[in-house]
Design a protein around this ligand. Structure first.
Ligand code: SAH
Length: 255
């Protein structure tokens, strides 16, 4: 499947601050989203500040498209998700970014999808929200619910990135230990625990069931098993080679 993130457009409506514009570019690039549209930026928006804050995302800043209205910026978009910090009139069906993300990503696999953000001081107007097919509200404290513009952008982009499923953890290099190796380890621990006097023969079965339970709770890699076998080996060796008691050494020194 083509990368749906390439069909996502971030639309900033009447941004005021260059710093926010730059930080938005950086947030987008962090999350693999490249299409930026800007609607009627403030005439005094500081472009040098924007360039500074974009840092390694200057390409997104330079390639942005500028429009005179939101309608023009989203004309080719199938879904238009508007964001708002406020609840209330026309915003009752707002959902968290995480709830909308699968629907938006599904649409973005075949169509262009816009995420629309409002101006720093007033947000989106009701007329602008009317163009939106979805409304996103980032859950936040009631004491101060309005996020910085670029922070709101990165939270939404992050959810898109996760929903697109394009990220995989590096994962364990060592494979999970197979039964035969695990059994060798348990046999070794059994011998060791008997030898160091941790358990008696009649309690061994019970104790070993407990140890099996503990060590079966999470995945055990071959590396993990080698470490556990190494500890058992060393414990046995130490039990058979007790350190010379300091007092004994002292008294023998006095002889
Ligand atoms: N005073 C404005 C907030 C503007 S913040 C208002 O009450 O709407 C600038 C933009 O950041 C908003 O227009 C919106 O796009 C986004 N934003 C900020 N906080 C948000 C939140 N909690 N949920 C969704 N979007 C948010």
């Amino acid at each position: 499947m083509a990368n749906p993130l390439r069909n996502i457009r971030i639309v900033l409506v009447r941004p005021i601050y260059g710093g926010n514009l730059g930080a938005v570019c950086r947030a987008m690039k962090n999350m693999g989203i490249y299409d930026l549209a800007v609607v009627s930026p403030h005439p005094e928006l500081d472009m040098s500040e924007a360039r500074q804050r974009a840092y390694h995302a200057g390409d997104i800043l330079e390639k942005r498209h500028q429009y005179e209205s939101l309608a023009a910026a989203v004309a080719d978009c199938a879904l238009v998700a508007g964001t708002s910090a406020r609840g209330g009139l026309y915003r009752a069906h707002a959902r968290a970014p995480r709830e909308w993300a699968p629907r938006l990503i599904e649409a973005a696999s075949a169509n262009r999808v816009a995420l629309v953000f409002g101006t720093e001081d007033k947000g989106l107007s009701n007329e602008e929200l009317a163009l939106c097919t979805q409304i996103i509200r980032i859950p936040s404290s009631r004491a101060y619910s309005s996020l910085n513009l670029s922070h709101a952008v990165i939270i939404c982009c992050y959810e898109m990135f996760l929903a697109a499923g394009r990220y995989r953890h590096a994962g364990e290099k060592s494979p999970e230990a197979a039964c035969e190796l695990r059994e060798r380890m348990f046999a070794m621990w059994r011998e060791t625990l008997l030898e160091i006097g941790f358990m008696k023969d009649d309690k061994a079965r019970h104790m070993m069931m407990g140890l099996r339970r503990v060590l079966s709770r999470g995945p055990l890699s071959e590396n993990d098993v080698q470490i556990l076998m190494g500890i058992a080996r060393q414990a046995r060796w130490a039990a058979n080679n007790p350190p010379v008691r300091r007092e004994r050494r002292k008294s023998s020194e006095g002889d």
